[in-house]
Design a protein around this ligand. Structure first.
Ligand code: BTN
Length: 243
């Protein structure tokens, strides 16, 4: 284990670990002990978690980290992943200058392929934001659908720690707006969202519903029109197909 100071207010410390079950587990343990604004990154996760309790594939070529935060956004759970994805996008763009897109609520996409994802977990007094990106991956296991890595996009090895810092820097630079859930960040998310106006299918209580994405609401819900009726979809519902 290595611990480095992070002068990216409010984030104070970066903990670097080699192999862990999931950075979510370590961040949770620290948060339960009262730790806040700590970033936990691991070289490898052997039990990485994705949205909806799915397995998240990652290895030493991936970037896997979790942030422990507290503040107002805790009361708007749907916004946590949505606004975090804006910060992750900014971090990738400022370090690597490639056009990434966002897919509601938590996917980072490049030309329709998944570059990474965000897992937001809200607890009573803190939240954990887990960020996983395909960075230097050269291939993916057969069960992993339509994924792409930065290395595949750019054709060169990427410095994972510089990318991590670039993402934390973006959280740090606009932390007030992020924690308040500001409208300007929601607008930025909308501009980066490639799905507005498109037909989507999503799973809700085990039923598959189909509709057209109209907008995103200020609480982070996706507004979908189903047979002319407006319906709010929260991130606990699952978007199963798109495009
Ligand atoms: C998703 O798209 O389903 C979300 C994936 C989130 C993966 C990250 S990797 C770091 C952190 N640790 C985990 O076990 N999951 C998140």
């Amino acid at each position: 284990m290595k611990e480095l100071p992070l002068n990216l207010s409010p984030f104070k410390r970066l903990i670097l670990l080699d192999s862990v079950s999931s950075t979510m587990d370590i961040a949770f343990r620290l948060a339960r002990l009262g730790d806040r604004f700590v970033v936990v990154s691991a070289n490898e996760q052997w039990s990485g978690r994705g949205k909806g309790n799915r397995v998240w594939f990652s290895n030493h070529r991936s970037l896997s980290f979790s942030l422990v935060i507290e503040g107002k956004i805790l009361h708007k759970p749907s916004l946590l992943s949505v606004l975090s994805s804006v910060m992750v996008k900014r971090g990738i763009v400022s370090y690597l200058a490639i056009p990434v897109e966002l897919k509601w609520p938590n996917d980072i996409m490049f030309k329709g392929k998944k570059l990474g994802g965000i897992l937001g977990e809200n607890w009573d007094n803190f939240a954990i934001i887990g960020i996983g990106l395909n960075v230097n991956n050269l291939e993916f296991p057969s069960g992993v659908e339509s994924a792409v890595s930065l290395r595949q996009i750019l054709g060169k090895e990427i410095d994972k720690m510089e990318l991590l810092r670039s993402i934390i820097r973006e959280f740090s630079l606009d932390f007030e707006s992020f924690i308040k859930g500001s409208d300007s960040l929601i607008s930025e998310w909308k501009k980066s969202c490639s799905y507005i106006g498109e037909r989507v299918r999503f799973k809700s209580y085990n039923n598959i519903k189909e509709g057209i994405v109209i907008d995103i609401a200020n609480d982070g819900a996706l507004l979908v029109s189903i047979n002319g009726k407006k319906r709010r979809v929260y991130s606990s519902d699952e978007l199963v197909t798109e495009r």
